[in-house]
Write a protein that binds this ligand. Structure first.
Ligand SMILES: N[C@@H](CCC(=O)N[C@@H](CS)C(=O)NCC(=O)O)C(=O)O
Length: 213
């Protein structure tokens, strides 16, 4: 059975977790504690980059959440979560890329401040401006549609939706409604990080963020 190395408070792992549930792919969960276990020899041999998620499917190992989603989508094409027409592909890839390359790293200074780490005010201001630009773009892209690609639930909703769930969405009514729609899905409800789990993980989150800027 497919092995899924994850941690329940990891946004990057959650996008794979949601995907596996949405597709009904059987998997075995292997919990990786982010308290230093992920830096040990055993997990480093599985992922030299020392991060979750990782999957191992019949000896084939994939790291990086987006690569994992592409691998699984190619292997389990139905029901399809990646449309085939050029415009829809562009939208899915645009949303995925903006989420992981622009929005996600930009939220790091904001999360650092939230967990009580020191951050220079200019970094917070710059981060807020970039988060605003990305969210505004998404707000316009989704418009009056149910999902990013019209009424079709795709990888774009999974990738952006699992990150945006933790951001304040006042001022973005369409994104807020979309995020609330996603939160109703079984896959979202089964994978939501409970406040107690987040609270308990705060020391580990701080340690991880201390290594980032
Ligand atoms: N680009 C990677 C990012 C993975 C990642 O940063 N995972 C975090 C958890 S959300 C992690 O394992 N961090 C451990 C660390 O930085 O020490 C992906 O998309 O899979």
């Amino acid at each position: 059975m497919l092995k899924f190395y994850c941690n329940p408070i990891s946004v990057n792992a959650r996008r794979v977790w949601v995907y596996l549930l949405e597709k009904g792919i059987p998997f075995e969960t292997i919990l990786v504690n982010l308290d230093g276990d992920h830096l040990d020899e055993n997990f480093t041999s599985i992922n030299p980059l020392q991060r979750v998620p990782v999957i191992i499917d019949s000896e084939f190992r994939v790291v990086e959440s987006l690569a994992i989603l592409d691998y699984l989508e190619a292997k389990y094409p139905t029901p399809s979560l990646l449309p085939k027409d050029p415009e829809s592909i562009a939208i899915v890839r645009m949303v995925e890329t903006i989420t992981v390359v622009e929005l996600q790293p930009t939220t790091i200074p904001l999360t650092r401040a939230l967990v009580g780490l020191e951050v220079e005010p200019w970094r917070i201001e710059a981060a807020q401006q970039r988060v605003t630009a990305a969210l505004q773009f998404f707000e316009e892209l989704i418009g009056d549609q149910t999902f990013f690609v019209k009424d079709k639930f795709t990888l774009a909703d999974i990738v952006a939706g699992t990150l945006i769930a933790s951001l304040p969405l006042e001022g973005y009514p369409r994104l807020k409604a979309w995020s609330e729609r996603l939160a109703q899905r079984d896959s979202w409800q089964q994978t939501v990080a409970h406040p107690e789990a987040i609270e308990a993980a705060l020391p580990n989150i701080r340690k991880i963020l201390e290594r980032r800027f």
